[in-house]
Design a protein around this ligand. Structure first.
Ligand SMILES: C[S@@+](CC[C@H](N)C(=O)[O-])C[C@H]1O[C@@H](n2cnc3c(N)ncnc32)[C@H](O)[C@@H]1O
Length: 173
């Protein structure tokens, strides 16, 4: 994610981080000039994010991605996805795609580092729940989303090397 942001220094705007956890992406984006907001369902995560980043506390919102204020719809220029979708049970994926589509303004960008290659132990199912490229493409179909960038990031968390895919999707309308 940071590599993508650094590669596009001219971009700025209102950015949402769904499932922001402890908030490091929200703070990174704020420091890069974005008007960033993070939402998380976990009160503990939000409290810890606020305590760790007191200067950015107002950026962290306790809430359910699927029940955000109506006024937020269409208000984001960017959504930065990292390990929120893979934390959700697969039956919520369609709702996730619809929700992020509603939150982004037309022409807005969904920048995701998607977990495409889960390595599961026998009998293990997740979370994290990996997603195949085919499923990812079906979730964000070409009539509604244009793939702007699509590659395996060089940089990854330990153990995630070559198992993540950066795909940036522009909401067409
Ligand atoms: C694997 S963590 C990722 C945290 C962070 N994005 C990161 O990269 O460190 C997934 C987060 O999604 C949050 N989450 C799960 N379902 C959610 C929902 N419906 N609305 C908001 N947050 C949710 C969880 O509470 C958790 O903090």
């Amino acid at each position: 994610m940071s590599v993508w942001v650094q590669a596009h220094p001219q971009l700025q705007g209102r950015a949402l981080v769904p499932g922001c956890g402890l908030g490091h992406d929200v703070v990174f984006l704020a420091e890069a000039g974005y008007e960033s907001v993070g939402v998380d369902l976990s009160a503990t995560a939000i409290q810890r994010a606020m305590a760790t980043h007191p200067g950015h506390a107002s950026r962290f919102v306790l809430g359910d991605l699927f029940a955000l204020p109506e006024a937020w719809k269409g208000s984001f220029d960017f959504i930065f996805e990292h390990t929120c979708l893979c934390a959700l049970p697969p039956h919520l994926r369609q709702a996730y795609a619809e929700t992020v589509g509603q939150l982004l303004r037309p022409g807005g960008l969904l920048v995701g580092v998607w977990f495409i290659e889960p390595e599961m132990d026998p009998g293990e199912s997740g979370p994290p729940f990996g997603i195949s490229l085919e499923e990812l493409s079906a979730l964000f179909p070409p009539h509604a989303w244009a793939v702007e960038e699509d590659y395996i990031p060089e940089q990854a968390y330990a153990g995630r090397e070559k198992r993540e895919r950066l795909r940036a999707l522009r909401k067409i309308s």
